[in-house]
Design a binder for this molecule. Structure first.
Ligand SMILES: CC(=O)Nc1cnc2ccccc2c1
Length: 456
């Protein structure tokens, strides 16, 4: 809109380009850097994936919610050095407000839960599939947006909530044909680290930042971040003990370190028992080095991984009981996960598990033989649509040959031909494209005739 100064400026630029070359400068047709267009064939794959996510959420009794993609920046200002908060897609809006495209959904969810406060019926089991954003300066060609299935349970302090979320993840994998041979889910608890660090006198307010640094050990060597750890006040002795804790191999060894009074240990054991009961114990693997990279996790954390080790984490999550407290609210137990649309797509492609998304079927093509009967064709289209039969109405003056090819391309089962003489007698021709039969049908009976044939 050229009403604003910005609008006038860009109009002037366009004009000046036109003046110098006499023709309009061609618009850049690519989507913004790091973003994707979804053409119909892309939407078929996306709707298939989101459809499974929504089905699994519903199977677990979850309800869908949504929130604005734009939030106050303050929702994401955390001091723990997380990647996700260092790459905010943030800016100052025309009202001089500091805002950001959401890099994740959990803070919006926490805001919504906190806004309802005590009036909320617990437990809350909510899901959403938000598009989330990040702004990377030196774009390593990485994407700046992705869709992320979020499932969260609020108000349940017990490990039963974690078990339910793991059930949802495994249920999804099974539905799309992924097995526990393809994928595993690493499980740990930050409470393990917290017990070790507390025993060594590390103050609680250093815990989140320590976990964010430990998470980086997946990618960088210890010596690359030893300095940052020391800045947190971690002595070499503590760092050594920390690294030793990360390499504990199993729950029995964990008991040696934490003692049999450890709450973290008891919870992990209980979780493994529940997993046995659900029937997905073989998907889980205890891994003391998994802490995930979000500052607000406080307890059990988990992440889905491909056993070939070729891909980044498929999904991840954990317990975050203190998030509302960091927003100045009353704490409320919470656990959730995020499951991005990118890595799973690569995995499904690698395992040849993507169905072929043939084009969107339309039931019938309604074809007026001449413009003089277009109105009748439109009327017939309306009638069949009112009976939930999808129809593609041929909008232009086309030949029969084109109409046949068009119906075939659309995967239509019937071609309804509107002819001048026939329509005058209240009749249309209906061709069953599979059987090649063509019959005359009264307009008032077209829908039932087609519905019967579609049902057979
Ligand atoms: C593999 C991938 O595309 N990851 C991805 C892409 N976009 C994001 C945007 C915001 C936060 C995390 C993101 C993560």
């Amino acid at each position: 809109m050229s009403g604003t100064s910005q609008g006038r400026a860009s109009a002037a630029v366009a004009q000046s380009k036109e003046k110098s070359t006499g023709k309009k400068e061609k618009l850049d047709l690519k989507p913004p850097k790091g973003t994707r267009d979804f053409y119909p064939e892309d939407m078929r794959m996306r709707n298939w994936l989101f459809g499974h996510w929504k089905d699994v959420a519903r199977l677990h009794g979850f309800e869908e919610y949504d929130a604005p993609v734009l939030e106050s920046e303050e929702l994401y200002i955390r001091k723990a050095g997380e990647e996700v908060t260092q790459q905010l897609y943030n800016f100052e809006d025309k009202g001089e407000r500091r805002v950001s495209l959401r890099p994740e959904m959990t803070p919006s969810l926490a805001r919504m839960v906190m806004a309802r406060g005590k009036s909320l019926t617990l437990p809350v089991k909510w899901f959403s599939i938000p598009q989330c954003w990040r702004y990377e300066r030196m774009t390593r060609g990485r994407r700046r947006e992705h869709y992320q299935w979020n499932m969260d349970i609020w108000g349940v302090p017990g490990i039963e909530a974690e078990a339910e979320l793991l059930s949802a993840i495994v249920t999804f994998f099974k539905r799309v044909g992924i097995t526990s041979q393809d994928v595993g889910i690493k499980v740990n608890s930050r409470a393990v680290l917290s017990e070790v660090l507390t025993a060594m006198g590390v103050p609680a307010d250093k815990f989140a930042a320590t976990c964010v640094l430990v998470d980086k050990l997946e990618k960088v060597k210890l010596d690359d971040i030893r300095g940052e750890m020391q800045e947190l006040g971690l002595t070499d002795e503590i760092i050594t003990k920390l690294v030793a804790t990360l390499s504990i191999k199993d729950l029995d060894a964990l008991e040696q370190t934490l003692g049999n009074g450890s709450k973290a240990l008891a919870q992990l054991k209980q979780l493994m028992e529940y997993a046995e009961a659900y029937g997905f114990r073989d998907w889980l693997i205890f891994d003391a080095s998994v802490v995930r990279g979000l500052a607000y996790y406080t307890g059990v954390v988990f992440e889905g991984f491909d056993r070939k080790g070729e891909l980044r984490a498929i999904c991840g999550g954990g317990r975050y009981d203190e998030l509302l407290a960091t927003f100045g609210g009353e704490p409320l137990p919470a656990v959730g996960f995020g499951f991005g649309d990118a890595v799973i797509a690569e995995l499904l492609k690698d395992r040849n598990l993507l169905p072929n998304f043939d084009n969107n079927k339309v039931d019938v093509v309604v074809f007026p033989l001449s413009p003089s009967v277009y109105a009748s064709a439109a009327a017939v289209s309306g009638v069949v649509r009112s009976k939930s039969i999808s129809s593609d109405l041929v909008l232009e003056d086309k030949k029969m040959k084109w109409a046949f090819k068009h119906a075939e391309r659309l995967g239509a089962s019937h071609l309804v031909i509107i002819g001048e003489d026939e329509i005058a007698k209240g009749i249309v021709q209906v061709k069953n494209l599979a059987k090649g039969e063509q019959v005359e049908v009264e307009v008032s009976k077209v829908s039932d005739f087609i519905a019967e044939q579609l049902a057979s």
